[in-house]
Design a protein around this ligand. Structure first.
Ligand SMILES: [Zn+2]
Length: 351
């Protein structure tokens, strides 16, 4: 398809996701005009999603039988996941990563931020996989991988004080800094906040004081609710404390975490968050889109911005009876109902 076209329908436009009847004019992949119209095609248009936290390489261990503690499963260097990654041929890891990226592309999620293990070699594998797709990825490496990627993804400050030095050094070199924090308890949160990171992942057990500090310092929080449940760190709609995060004014983003346990499917993640945590659909949709700000290239539908949206034809399914497209997309959508995704990655990672 050409990069210049018009598309008519009911679109969720701007950062406030205002529902308007519009015709979108796209030239060379850029939204040139958003014209309000009285009558438009029976089509819904939503911004694409950005999966703000993935571990794509552990696709190779998909749905492995597991038991035992969280650290026995995913903590570096010798958790089950890390042993499997070490023992898998690089070509198979690359194929697994690519297949999960392709799944995300099919489900209107052309952008993601991945914590990539395996040092420089691990980062290169993800970059090579990414180049074979039309997706845009932010890669946060570790064990040296941070030197050839977008920044560092630190497992936890529990690993020791050297993690803070690594964060500081990465920031000085212009890289992003992200930490897992508060997944099991609040013990690794204060140090992570003090490191003034660009992202904190989980915060499942963050206290009110810690959340207020994140709001004050404008540190975005990526929640991964399905991962928390399947890994038995949460069994309640109070952890992560999503309602409090929003109440205190934290920037909350959505991620799906390890592919070995959870499909990188933002529709399912949104639906789970809606049913279990009872969050308003507009807030959930915002969490699923606004991680793209990390790229400084947001996915919101705005004049002058790259086209990054997908369309749905409600007449083709029971969705034509919906009284609220945003509620329907959040609660009950799946990728089989997407008419088309409009997206072109304008910034590719160079090898
Ligand atoms: Zn993670």
């Amino acid at each position: 398809m050409s990069d210049s076209y018009t598309l008519s329908g009911r679109a969720y436009t701007g950062r406030d996701l205002d529902l308007c009847n519009v015709e979108l004019t796209v030239e060379d992949g850029i939204i040139k005009d958003i014209t309000e119209k009285k009558t438009v095609d029976e089509r819904w248009i939503f911004p694409c999603f950005f999966n703000s936290h993935t571990h794509l390489a552990d696709t190779v261990a998909m749905d492995i039988n597991f038991s035992g503690s969280l650290s026995g499963l995913v903590a570096p260097p010798d958790g089950l996941k890390h042993r499997i990654l070490r023992d898998t041929e690089p070509e198979i890891l690359k194929e697994a990563i690519k297949s999960s990226i392709e799944y995300m592309l099919k489900s209107a999620t052309p952008g993601f931020c991945d914590f990539r293990e395996g040092g420089e070699e691990g980062v290169l594998l993800l970059k090579e996989a990414l180049l074979k797709t039309n997706a845009c990825g932010v890669i946060l490496g570790r064990d040296g991988g941070q030197n050839i990627s977008d920044g560092i993804g630190i497992s936890s400050t529990k690993e020791g004080p050297h993690t803070l030095d690594l964060a500081e050094k990465t920031r000085k070199n212009g890289g992003f800094v992200a930490f897992h924090a508060g997944e099991k308890n609040d013990k690794d949160i204060d140090q992570a906040i003090d490191a003034k990171p660009d992202l904190l992942i989980h915060m499942t057990y963050a206290s009110n004081r810690q959340l207020k500090k994140c709001a004050e310092l404008e540190i975005p929080i990526v929640i991964c609710p399905r991962s928390n449940w399947i890994l038995n760190v949460s069994s309640s709609g109070n952890n992560p404390p999503v309602k409090k995060m929003l109440e205190y004014g934290c920037k909350v983003l959505l991620g799906t975490d390890n592919v070995m346990f959870v499909q990188p499917d933002m529709f399912s993640e949104m639906s789970f968050l809606s049913y279990v945590y009872k969050i308003a659909p507009e807030d959930i949709l915002n969490m699923a889109i606004s991680g793209a700000d990390i790229f400084k290239n947001p996915f919101f539908i705005e004049k002058g911005k790259p086209a990054s949206f997908f369309s749905v034809l409600p007449a083709h399914s029971n969705m034509r009876f919906s009284r609220s497209p945003v509620k329907t997309i959040v609660n009950r959508m799946n990728f089989g109902l997407i008419e088309r995704t409009y997206f072109k990655c304008l910034k590719k990672n160079n090898l």
